[in-house]
Each structure stands twice: as C-alpha cells, then as structure tokens.
Design a protein around this ligand. Structure first.
Ligand code: AKG
Length: 255
C-alpha cells in the first residue's frame, strides 16, 4: 500500500465499521490498512462501511455513495469490450464550453440522448455532433443502474468520458437534466482518478477520494446537485485500456 500523508497518519479520526468485526468506533491506521485500503490521498467519512464477506467497500462521502471494487477484473474487461463498438460508431470528440474553451476530456454517449457542449451551450440531443444517432446503452451497463440506482426507470443517456494523460474535469454540477430526483450513476474504468467533492454551491471546503477501476458512485438525494470534478488521473496506473487512460461512464435520466 502506498504510504499515507503524515497528517492523515496522525490525525485519522474516522470510523471503519465492519459488520460483526469492528462494530464502529474509531480505529487506528493499522485497522485502516488491515481493511485493505489502497488510497493514499483519500479522506473518509464517518459512515464508511466495509462488507465483511466481499471485496467491496462502501464509502459514503458527502452523500456520494462510493462502491469501491463494484466490478471485478472480468466484469471491467467485459464492459470495455461492450464499449468498443460504441466508440467506433460514435467516436469520441472534444467538446468546447459555451465560452469557447476546449475541454481536456474527450466524450461520446450511448442511449436515446447524448450530452454535447459547443458555442450554443450544454444540452442533451438525439444525435452525435457528426449527425448519427447514438448507439444503444449495453444491457450490462443498464443492469448496474438497476442494481444500484434505486430508481424505477432506466437512464436515457450514458455519457462516456475518456481521460487521457494530463486531463481533468473542473468542478461542476450535473444540472442539464429535467428532474434531479433521479440519481446519476458513475462507473470508473482504467486509470485511477482523484475525484473531488465540494458543496451544493460553488466554493467552500472540498474532499477528494481516489476512484479506481471498477468503482461505482451513486450521486443521488442531497448529493445530486453537489459540485464535483476530477483533479487528475494517475496515467498508466491500470492496464485495463490498451492505450492507458480512464473511461468514466455516467448514467443519467435526462428527460
Ligand atoms: O469522471 C468522473 O468520475 C466524473 C465525471 C463527471 O463528473 C461528469 O461526467 O459529469
């Protein structure tokens, strides 16, 4: 495990609750290590729960429900295989913001609607900027939504973000959807990303957690309109994608 910053080593005040084992209570750094955490720069909430009988760790951070290791290596590879034809028929493009700034992340979408951004602003639309319809969202991805989202309808957009070396995503709210009572579900594949979580208004104190390949995050309820972004990726930290980098899928109910 990478070493933790000293301030975290000395002041680590949080609780690991492992049903039947720890029963809550503040534990030492050794307990943190014993629980198998790999993150070196994460800040954990008091609600952190590790499932006793599986590799999955569930972390609740400012209302973000972070399911570490939700997808095992085989499931991650299978998802990448399902994404390949999508990326072929709806190639990644680099959007610009309404103010004309090019984003560093490249994107495309699957589903009836896709998210685009250009001089006309941010919006969902039924076609790729090159004119073709977006490909369908694979069933394997929809079944992740069905498992974690606690929602009785399916998403109509799967935004696919590709983070190459040196890319990031600024702090933002997801607010182009019609109804914020539906969650947004994020799936991480490939390189590690430092995911930053802020507040429901811009500014204020933030916290960050490393998202690793296979992690799934549910942003719902009070966290639905919380600012979040990606500070950076650890390029080359995963071998999942042949050319390196990170894919993040976000499932959204846009309409
Ligand atoms: O890449 C991520 O983990 C977050 C992506 C995101 O915030 C978004 O697509 O709105």
């Amino acid at each position: 495990m990478a070493s933790l910053p000293r301030s975290v080593v000395r002041e680590w005040p949080y609780t690991i609750a492992r049903p039947g084992v720890y029963k809550g209570g503040t534990k030492s750094l050794q307990a943190f290590r014993n629980a198998g955490f790999r993150e070196s720069e994460a800040f954990f909430s008091k609600d952190l729960v590790r499932n006793g009988d599986s590799a999955m760790t569930r972390l609740l951070l400012r209302g973000f429900d972070i399911r570490k290791g939700y997808l095992d290596a085989e499931a991650q590879t299978a998802l990448v295989d399902r994404l390949r034809p999508i990326l072929k028929s709806a190639p990644l493009f680099r959007p610009t913001t309404a103010s004309g700034k090019q984003m560093s992340v490249r994107m495309t979408s699957a589903g009836p609607l896709g998210w685009v951004s250009d001089s006309a602003g941010y919006r969902y639309q039924a076609s790729h900027p090159k004119g073709m319809a977006w490909p369908a969202i694979p069933d394997e991805i929809l079944s992740i939504w069905q498992d974690v989202a606690d929602a009785d309808r399916l998403p109509d957009c799967c935004l696919i973000n590709y983070y190459g070396e040196g890319t990031k995503m600024g702090m933002h709210q997801d607010k182009d959807e019609a109804d914020f009572s539906w969650p947004v579900v994020s799936i991480s594949l490939g390189d590690d990303a430092l995911f930053r979580i802020g507040n429901t208004t811009r500014g204020g104190k933030t916290e960050a957690v490393w998202l690793n390949s296979g992690d799934v995050v549910v942003m719902g309820g009070p966290a639905r309109l919380t600012y979040h972004g990606v500070d950076r990726i650890r390029f080359g930290s995963s071998r999942l994608l042949p050319k390196g980098g990170r894919i993040n899928l976000t499932l959204r109910v846009a309409t």
